[in-house]
Design a protein around this ligand. Structure first.
Ligand SMILES: *[C@@H]1O[C@H](CO)[C@@H](O)[C@H](O)[C@H]1NC(C)=O
Ligand SMILES: *[C@@H]1O[C@H](CO)[C@@H](O)[C@H](O)[C@H]1NC(C)=O
Ligand SMILES: *[C@@H]1O[C@H](CO)[C@@H](O)[C@H](O)[C@H]1NC(C)=O
Length: 387
């Protein structure tokens, strides 16, 4: 274009001796830089032109697949309906800046939505010529959308042992999110070698009680924040009991307590009962059921980090241990599926106080104090003698 113009100008100049002013063709300089912005944000696309004259119009259009080229602006005018989309700003703005004979028509698009995603064409309409010769450039606008999981329908799942179920997780977002299944505790996924599965479906086949727990689906496409879907899987199973310590010692008749602890799992949540094997002096042959009273305190601990899903920690506190307390205790758990009465904890006699709640100057406290008093008296006496 430039060359042919100069050649013509030169030829003309030779004939008319330099009185012709050369008219350069209008051009769009610089590529339009693609814009990548999050939903709700603002995009800016620059169309920079040179040699714009009267009869030239710079037009921004949206190359929508439906309309094939909706006109948004012509020169500085907004051509489309331009609604206020958020406080103080309209959907479209046009900023014109001139610098060194270059004019930039910056199209600003506010309140970005997924429908704004696509290609925008800037062209220079030249009056009196066919559109085929109009200069144009195309800009790409990518509107990113954080993931949304669309299938959060099941939050709690209850299965019998041996049953199967597919956990499903699908999500929308731009770009299309990656879907990953993991266990909340980071453990291995049942039926797979790994701790995570990159798939919308997590098949749970032939479940066992080991499969119970929290499962997490994460949809991530690098646009913050990722979306998360939690499913808690309960598996019905017979209770299981486990002694924290098989034997517990305590000294008798000194107002000390003994603490017997039992971990219990099972679903539905088991009922837990403590029994005592009678001592010889009690004469009874039947196990005696213990109740929460002035002698026993029965508690269930919750929210202990060491506990597994559907597991509880039961404590039997035997207050003021006496001779009749040295025997075996049973931690029995039952639900509608079955019962576990395997766990036995034995309380045995010790000479000294056991456990965290023992007094610090302990059993010999009284005699220890009298000894130190004697020592003080002796020192004072000694001091007087030396004077
Ligand atoms: C668009 O043009 C304006 C004004 O010339 C400039 O400040 C801005 O950096 C340009 N943006 C891009 C993406 O080219
Ligand atoms: C289900 O699992 C149990 C225990 O792991 C196994 O004995 C049984 O064969 C499995 N059944 C099927 C149909 O896979
Ligand atoms: C999905 O994961 C792959 C592999 O880690 C990664 O290359 C890709 O960028 C991810 N896609 C998105 C949308 O985040």
């Amino acid at each position: 274009m430039f060359k042919s113009c100069w050649i013509i100008a030169a030829v003309v100049a030779v004939h008319l001796i330099g009185t012709v002013k050369c008219q350069l063709d209008p051009e769009i300089v610089d590529e339009i830089i693609p814009e990548v912005t999050s939903q709700g944000g603002q995009a800016k696309l620059n169309c920079t032109v040179v040699n714009k004259q009267d009869g030239h119009t710079v037009i921004w259009t949206f190359l929508d697949s439906k309309s094939g080229g909706e006109i948004i602006t012509n020169d500085e005018n907004i051509f489309v309906e331009n609604k206020v989309c958020k406080e103080g700003s309209k959907k479209y703005e046009l900023a014109k800046r001139e610098f060194n004979k270059r004019i930039t028509y910056m199209l600003v698009i506010n309140c970005l939505e997924v429908v704004d995603y696509g290609y925008y064409k800037c062209y220079i309409q030249i009056r009196g010529t066919g559109s085929a010769s109009w200069p144009s450039k195309i800009g790409h606008l990518i509107v990113q959308v954080p993931p949304t999981i669309t299938s959060k329908n099941v939050a709690v799942l209850q299965l019998d042992v041996g049953h199967s179920h597919n956990l499903e997780c699908s999500a929308t977002g731009v770009p299309a999110p990656n879907i990953t299944w993991v266990r909340s505790d980071g453990g291995l996924l049942p039926g797979f070698d790994g701790a995570q599965l990159r798939n919308t479906v997590l098949p749970l086949k032939n479940v066992t009680k080991e499969d119970r727990g929290l499962y997490k689906c994460i949809a991530d496409n690098q646009v913050r924040p990722p979306d998360v879907y939690l499913v808690s899987l309960s598996v019905f199973f017979k209770p299981e009991t486990l002694a924290v310590q098989d034997t517990v010692g305590q000294a008798q008749n000194r107002q000390f307590d003994a603490k017997l602890e039992c971990r219990v799992s099972g679903y539905p949540e088991p009922e837990v009962v403590w029994y005592k094997e009678p001592t010889r002096s009690e004469g009874n042959t039947q196990l005696m059921q213990l109740n929460d009273n002035e002698k026993y305190e029965i508690t269930k601990l919750i929210a202990t980090t060491t506990l597994r899903f559907q597991e509880a920690w039961y404590v039997l506190r035997i207050k003021n241990v006496e001779a009749n307390d040295y025997t075996k205790y049973y931690c029995v758990a039952r639900n509608r599926i079955g019962e576990d009465r395997q766990t036995i904890i034995e309380l045995f006699e010790t000479m000294e106080c056991q456990g965290a709640n023992c007094p610090s100057f302990e059993a010999q406290g009284a005699s220890a104090i009298s000894v130190s008093l004697l020592a003080t008296v002796a020192m004072v006496t000694l001091a007087k003698l030396m004077l």
